[in-house]
Design a protein around this ligand. Structure first.
Ligand SMILES: *Cc1c(COP(=O)(O)O)cnc(C)c1O
Length: 366
């Protein structure tokens, strides 16, 4: 079977380095908020190109903490609005509503699947405080126009960089383009940990300081609590593993790009469209999404022939039970994407032979 993502094989690739890093933490007897965290935060901030990085428990928390910090800093208050793409993973939207802020959904551009910057300005109201862009599928969502809208209305620009570690915009990394960014190191992400892990990157020292506190019980000093925080820390073993994998991220992303290039050049079936890629070199292809009006049949056909695929995502956020207040709203572009999207296997460890086989099968689908 051709797996959608063979994480065991990715880990095996860096076996010795990873085991050495984990062993060092195990032997040190220090498992939280120690040297491995400090080192990874420094290295990741440097990689992304920001002054600060704060590790935390997962990607959802990273996004939650960013908005929480803006609230604690008096920059936002509950009831304020945050513009967010309608076709994102639920976490982006949960991070807003969790803080008592109001997500305002905006349709994506059908070609790129990224938030449609032509529709954003019409969604801005008196209460809008931020735009949360999501670099979905590993492609940059930022545009000059989004930057201009943020400046014009005094909005914070927050990035959900869960799917785009290593992605670039004009030579700058996503995660450094706005005011703050949330990263997920869920095992399947381009930079994946052994379990849950996340981080925030920002140049804003005040916000970074608040996040460091709220993610650690709200504590600014041991046993002194300034905020009603939670326990959302990144553990030392994962920080050490991430630091090893960060050194190989660009090389892993280069392999993803090579696979994407083969798919784009090789898939010629008129029933299947390959993604419209704005800037091929900057894209890190966390996911390789194809669109097919008979998506479910295509998925079944591939499965019957030994190829595992995943749908990102089968049900859009506004149709989920948790947001039942939006269930009657209509977002046709988002719905079309959710009805037609299928993610083909892509990873740093997929072989040329496997890619050839996927292409052959996709092209033979009738
Ligand atoms: C994975 C993901 C998250 C959440 O990350 P977790 O670490 O799983 O909490 C947030 N946003 C997007 C777009 C994601 O893909």
């Amino acid at each position: 079977m051709i797996k959608f993502l063979d994480i065991q094989k990715i880990t095996a690739k860096y076996h010795d380095e990873i085991h050495q890093a984990v062993d060092e933490v195990v032997d040190s007897g220090w498992y939280l908020q120690g040297e491995a965290n400090a080192r990874f935060e420094k290295d990741f901030a440097e990689y992304i190109g920001t002054d600060c990085c704060v590790g935390c428990a997962n990607g959802l928390d990273a996004l939650i903490w960013i908005f929480r910090a803006y609230i604690e800093a008096g920059i936002m208050s509950p009831g304020d609005e945050v513009i967010v793409p309608a076709n994102t993973y639920i976490a982006s939207i949960l991070a807003i509503s969790e803080n008592g802020l109001k997500p305002v959904l905006v349709e994506p551009d059908i070609r790129t699947c990224q938030i449609d910057d032509r529709l954003i300005e019409a969604a801005v109201t008196e209460r809008t405080k931020a735009i949360l862009i999501v670099h979905l599928y590993g492609q940059c969502a930022y545009t000059e126009k989004i930057g201009e809208i943020c400046r014009k209305y005094g909005l914070k620009l927050v990035e959900d960089n869960a799917q785009a570690h290593g992605c670039l915009f004009n030579g700058k990394r996503t995660g450094s383009l706005g005011d703050a960014a949330g990263h997920s190191f869920y095992p399947g992400k381009n930079l994946g940990a052994f379990g849950d892990a996340g981080a925030v990157t920002t140049d804003d020292k005040e916000i970074a300081g608040i996040i460091r506190a709220v993610a650690n019980y709200g504590s600014t000093k041991k046993y002194i609590f300034k905020y009603k925080g939670r326990n959302s820390r990144l553990d030392e073993t994962n920080a050490a593993v991430l630091d090893v994998k960060l050194r190989h991220l660009d090389e892993d992303n280069a392999r993803r790009k090579a696979v994407a290039r083969r798919y784009i050049d090789g898939i010629t079936n008129p029933l299947v469209s390959v993604p419209h890629v704005k800037d091929f070199d900057s894209n890190v292809f966390h996911i390789f999404p194809v669109m097919c009006p008979r998506r479910n049949e295509l998925q079944e056909y591939l499965a019957d022939n030994g190829v595992q695929t995943i749908i990102h995502y089968p049900v859009p956020p506004h149709k989920q039970e948790c947001y039942r207040e939006w269930n009657s709203l209509s977002f046709p572009v988002t719905e079309k994407i959710h009805n037609e999207e299928l993610s083909l296997p892509i990873s740093p460890v997929i072989t040329d032979e496997e890619v050839r086989e996927v292409i052959r099968l996709v092209n033979s689908f009738k």
